[in-house]
Design a protein around this ligand. Structure first.
Ligand code: NOJ
Length: 544
């Protein structure tokens, strides 16, 4: 029997450079994370997702890989990685790494060999053209910086294809050698005992003229091949799909696990629900969330969505309409500098006006919706951002462990930190840090820890079905989670007004609800009706 642990796991996204510096060089490292595993264990998360840790010129913060088989020197060594995996496992924590399939760095020896010699076997590892007028139906992703998906390479005397920065040439997945190389890469890290991968940018592997070059059937064929390889040699390791697409376009990335060779990913990020949670909170209206969840097709029983509020990228607005995007920018990116590409470079707490009730409410939704939640490092303490840093670096600043000016991140002089610690009021380490919040039972950190602990007591969150409850008002996001005889009713008041709701629950008498977060029994239902008065932004998780 394969362990489907990811079905009800809580994930945590770690940016190693930002987390903890063990050797005082101003950069977080693997040994630093190892030192903080007890913190993560106490928080209650089950699995860590590590952003790329490989040697890289860091033009895209490690998503431009120069060597798939090593560790970036500032992060430590392969041995440090093994220690981290072992120490995590010893605490019952799992680890998944980033698998960057679609592209390499232009500094990768494959690309260097390819550009210098037309006859090199590596030439065909990449996608070349004499003209930049091929594949013109393809959108540009990094709209702020990339005028084209083609860049001219002087040494090669041809254009090369890239869906991201021009420093990240796309690999050619029509080439069987490339297909095998990437299995070898997966094997190398799986052999070290990791629990799986978050696979980067998977919709873009294959190009075909006349298409938008996304989600092509040939791309799915390769992903099936990769999954079959992993299932055969490493059964039970998980693959999490990064496809920033509409739910119906993500559905095929789960494949059909009931047919041998037809499975793809066990998990997929649910991108479109994310901006709609922010819409719901600002509008005080659940309708956009309802629409997208209702539009989400069922997925195979062994599969799971992964839900998030924020991550290391800009808050992406690719999966909304043009009108909704303008609305989101207007309400959540009032300063031009807050915008980046088709998104917003801000963290959770500042997006929600550092309003404690709204931050808790957003987390209540995250932890109770369908899917396995993932927390972005620092959001559990309400860290701020620095929109003036380049690219997406403003949401990748040092983790704030204590109130010192260095935030307890590193013993190096703060001038030598890879990025400045957030110092803007009220987000500096003197106001936002782990140590103070650990000591305060009412802190955001302790509240989130509690939400995770309670979530873990109920199978319904990970395994149960999901059904909207009609409360007669769109001001409350209310839904039922049900698994076997476990029946949970979740209410989130999206507004700054008191909301009263009354819903029929059961025809039987002597039924009473329990507030599972507050651990208190509510009065028994009257005539089968549950009536609640919800304070502004109040959330209630009830067990019937
Ligand atoms: C998605 C990653 O999340 C992002 O950080 C990166 O820039 C692109 N993929 C390209 O690898």
């Amino acid at each position: 029997m394969i362990d489907l642990w990811y079905k009800d796991a809580v994930f945590y996204e770690v940016y190693i450079r930002a987390y903890h510096d063990s050797n005082a060089d101003g950069h977080g490292d693997l040994a630093g994370l190892t030192e903080k595993l007890d913190y993560l264990k106490e928080l209650g998360v089950d699995c860590l997702w590590l952003l790329p840790i490989y040697p890289s010129p860091l033009k895209d913060d490690g998503y431009d890989i120069a060597d798939y088989y090593g560790v970036h020197s500032t992060y430590g060594s392969v041995d440090d990685f093994k220690t981290l995996v072992d120490e995590a496992h010893a605490r019952g924590l799992r680890i998944i790494a980033d698998l960057v399939l679609n592209h390499t760095s232009d500094q990768h020896p494959w690309f260097q060999a390819a550009r210098q010699d037309k006859d090199s076997p590596y030439r065909d590892y990449y996608v070349w053209s004499d003209s930049d007028q091929k594949y013109t139906g393809t959108r540009i992703i990094f709209t702020d910086t990339e005028p084209s998906n083609w860049s001219w390479d002087e040494a090669a005397g041809q254009y090369f294809w890239h869906r991201f920065f021009a420093t990240q040439p796309d690999l050619n997945f029509d080439n069987p050698a490339v297909r095998e190389e990437m299995k070898k890469v997966a094997k190398f890290w799986l052999d070290m005992g990791i629990d799986g991968f978050r696979a980067d940018a998977v919709p873009y592997l294959i190009e075909r003229e006349g298409t938008g070059n996304e989600n092509l059937p040939e791309t799915h064929e390769y992903l099936k091949e990769l999954r079959a390889f992993i299932d055969q040699h490493y059964p039970g390791r998980v693959l999490l799909c990064e496809a920033n697409m509409w739910p119906e376009d993500v559905r095929p990335y789960f494949g059909d696990p009931s047919i041998p060779g037809q499975a793809e990913f066990q998990m997929g990020f649910h991108f479109p629900i994310m901006p709609r949670i922010f819409m719901a909170l600002k509008k005080g209206d659940v309708s956009d969330m309802v629409e997208i969840i209702n539009r989400t097709p069922p997925i195979p029983a062994e599969c799971q969505w992964c839900t998030f509020l924020r991550n290391h990228d800009e808050l992406t607005l690719e999966m909304v309409t043009e009108e909704e995007r303008q609305w989101m920018w207007q309400h959540y990116a009032p300063e031009p500098r807050m915008k980046l590409n088709l998104g917003i470079r801000r963290r959770l707490a500042p997006l929600l006006d550092n309003n404690r009730r709204k931050i808790e409410l957003a987390n209540s939704i995250l932890f109770t919706l369908t899917g396995s939640p993932i927390i972005y490092y620092g959001d559990e303490i309400g860290m701020g951002d620095n929109i003036w840093l380049d690219d997406r670096n403003g949401v990748r600043t040092p983790m704030q462990w204590n109130p010192d000016p260095s935030a307890g991140f590193s013993d190096a002089a703060p001038e030598g930190f890879y990025a400045p610690v957030i110092d803007s009021t009220p987000y500096g380490p003197d106001s936002v840090n782990v140590a103070d919040q650990q000591a305060d039972p009412k802190s955001l950190l302790n509240t989130i820890q509690k939400m995770i602990a309670i979530r873990k007591q109920y199978k319904a969150f990970g395994w149960g079905d999901f059904k909207w409850i009609d409360t007669g008002t769109a001001a409350v996001a209310a839904y039922r989670r049900k698994y076997k005889d476990e029946r949970l009713l979740i209410f989130n008041n999206l507004t700054d007004q008191i909301q009263t709701v009354s819903i029929p629950v059961a025809r039987v008498t002597n039924v009473y609800p329990i507030d599972i977060l507050g651990n208190r029994r509510l009065p028994p239902l009257e005539n089968g009706y549950l009536s609640l008065m919800l304070a502004p932004y109040r959330y209630l998780w009830l067990r019937i």
